[in-house]
Design a protein around this ligand. Structure first.
Ligand code: AHR
Length: 329
């Protein structure tokens, strides 16, 4: 750990003063530099292990930390905000050098982020952002543009569904209620299809970003809305669960019921190449290297951008078949 634990309070104040003097990253301060041991300690509070995307994201963070020589204190919140808040409080008590986390939901973080700020421990958001009352509670946010992802899904629906002139009754499988990707992917999609009267979202419910959730919600939706002929799932796992429900109902996924998902993890890409999914919008989970670089820069007192947007693409069935052999996750 950079700061000698016994001298933590003193060193933190000195680091804060140093930063104030040199005009460094400022917000939340940098813990870098003090003590005899130069190893950076990062506390990382992960959402859980709800999806293939999350597993790939965790592996990326763990392997990048190891490669960068960063001591990673990793906590899995199992999908509960209160677990994540407890983990962050514990990182503050341990006086880690920097905290990073991917918030389960968007709101309710002001108090704990203020505690980190007062302890002079900088916070980096990864993957998902937060809505806070107070500004400057985190240094930077590294992750996807979820509204844009929803928009790309909607634009494909307009080009490939609306253009047929037929009526498309869409089942929307939302991510975790209150989570940024669920809110934003719904918004972007709704915005893109707004001008197409033959695209109608007839049912919209959370499947919590899990395969089981997707299957159960899809089963219920097919029972109450047998006219459904399209699915927009906020992630691959829920789309894969929906495929199970569609097949169990005696219908052919990708044909009787066309499917758009988000993520592009290997299982999703395989289903796309197999013709069971029709289109996938990529959400890149490999954030580890960029996160470790940002952490190092923040602790070195360098300026970092407030927002780092992940570059992403989209996949048709043909494109999925092409890239699958080299897909890393
Ligand atoms: O925040 C990213 C989202 O969270 C992914 O799209 C989803 O699979 C995950 O659970």
């Amino acid at each position: 750990m950079i700061r000698n634990k016994l001298l933590a309070a003193v060193t933190a104040s000195v680091a804060a003063l140093g930063l104030a003097a040199c005009g460094g990253s400022g917000d939340g301060g940098s813990g870098g530099g003090g003590g005899g041991d130069d190893t950076i300690t990062m506390g990382f509070a992960q959402v859980g292990a709800e999806s293939g995307w999350r597993t790939a994201n965790t592996e990326s963070i763990q392997s990048s930390a190891e490669a960068a020589g960063i001591d990673l204190q990793f906590s899995d919140a199992q999908g509960e905000q209160e677990n994540q808040i407890s983990a962050i409080r514990s990182f503050i008590q341990q006086r880690v050098d920097i905290i990073a986390f991917s918030p389960v939901v968007e709101t309710g973080w002001d108090a704990v982020l203020l505690e980190a700020k007062r302890a002079n421990i900088p916070v980096i958001l990864t993957d998902r952002s937060v809505e806070t009352e107070q500004e400057d509670l985190f240094v930077t946010f590294l992750g996807s543009d979820f509204i844009e992802e929803g928009r790309k899904a909607g634009e494909w629906a307009v080009e490939n569904w609306a253009s047929t002139g037929a009526q498309w009754n869409i089942a929307e499988l939302q991510g975790t209620t209150g989570a940024a990707p669920a809110i934003d992917r719904q918004e972007g999609f709704a915005e893109a299809i707004a001008g197409s009267p033959n695209l109608t979202v007839v049912a919209s419910q959370s499947g919590d970003f899990t395969r089981t959730g997707g299957r159960e919600v899809m089963e219920a939706m097919l029972n109450s809305n047998p006219e459904i002929n399209a699915v927009y799932a906020h992630n691959d796992d829920m789309g894969l669960g929906a495929i199970e429900a569609i097949e169990a109902a005696g219908k052919v996924p990708g044909q009787d019921i066309q499917i758009i998902t988000v993520d592009a993890v290997r299982d999703g890409m395989q289903a796309l190449a197999d013709g069971k999914i029709n289109f996938i919008v990529e959400c890149n989970p490999l954030l580890g290297d960029q996160l470790m670089d940002l952490a190092q820069q923040v602790l070195d007192g360098e300026e970092v951008p407030e927002r780092v947007v992940t570059e992403e693409t989209t996949f048709t069935q043909e494109q999925a078949a092409e890239v699958l052999p080299d897909r890393k996750y």
